[in-house]
Design a binder for this molecule. Sequence first.
Ligand SMILES: [Zn+2]
Length: 467
Amino acid sequence: MGLFQQLFSQYDQYHVPRIETNRFPPEQYYAALKPLAEPFSRQQIGQSVAGRPIYAVTLGTGPLKVLLWSQMHGNESTASRAILDILHFFTYPKNLASFCKGLLEEMTICIVPVLNPDGTARFQRRNALGIDLNRDARAFTAPESQVLRQVVADFAPDFAFNLHDQRRFYNVQGTRKPSTIAFLAPAYNAGEDIDKSRATAMQLIAFLREELEGIIPGQVGLYDDTYTPRAFGDYVQGTRASTILVEAGWEKHDREKEFVRKLNFCLLITAFAAIANRGYNSFFVTDYQRIPMNDERLFDVLIRNVQLNAAGAVYNVDMGISREEISDGETGYYSRGLITDIGDLREWYGFEELDATGLQVKAGKVLPEPVDLKMRAVKKLPEAVATMLGQGYLFCKVKDGFANRYVKLPVNIVNDGFTPPANPEFEQEANFLLTDADGKIKYLVVNGFLWAVGKPWPENANGLNMS
Ligand SMILES: [Zn+2]
């Protein structure tokens, strides 16, 4: 068994369960980091706009220098969690003790987890000044960017890993497969030249892609390599460190991205080993160039060949639905499902796809009697909702109002005067019925979740409070 496979199968021993959600306060992260960094050197290397500390953890004493930074975008936390696993792994390597010891003699690894703690606290991309740190590697206006520039200057890495998350609607070009991991060896000039250090980054990526193909075949893509002089990857590549961008993407049903976290862990440890033993030398720049590109052609739900009726005429269309995630509290979120495209979507894909040939769109209905959420019948609510949905009621009114912004059931709360739209509207909430020629309801879409009547509800479905 190769190293990647071994790490993958033993991962549960290294996984740090203290943080298992995409969203977490930076303070919670630091509390998890502190004991794990104990055997190594942990230093505060600066602070954010709002005065939050930024740390670096350094492992090993070897001459090869490897730098990692994560979460420069506050809403991209997968690699930060994998870093906890990496520290745990180096502390308790189980049956890989001599391997770890060897690595830490070969290399010094400097890790800056959570470069943007203010963005992390708000689960937003940008820092507290509204600056995208990955467009600040020329002006270095933000204190967080200055911290990273200083680390790059002082540490002078041979290899650098720039760790991000990408939106889940990226697929591998020409396929319905999500781009679960994407790589890039960023350009260091507008000519996109390939010098020795960039070539090495490409070889290492080709090696890692081969390893990943054994676990997620067809789900590794290449990120766009247009030179971006304001981006950190491009800047660090320019210092002659072999720089690798890793984008953690999506895998179906991986709501909190724990599977992609595991892939991040495995690929980073495997990369350290390949750096130490030059394992990437059996791969070539051309192997890198053959990796398929990322594309952005995925919807959460794609309904093909459905009939829309308008002003007495019938139109055949495809409909794409995407669910946006809205934060709820420090660690939770709920979904808002929107119609994000209508028309000819033949070359697009869906995590869920439905061929709706012979089905037509009908408006959902509002339950005539308001629901009393205070009654004891609440316990039977899921049952009642299932019956309700089966009859086409996607909306209900609530006695005495309802404060929460969403419901953990596939039904929407509306006001007295609400009239459901006759047809789904572009960029509006996706709520409608699909009926057959006899008017029988076959499917429902509730807040962007597709439900086949009579089947179990989609996982984690929620409705919205539209009142
Ligand atoms: Zn990012």
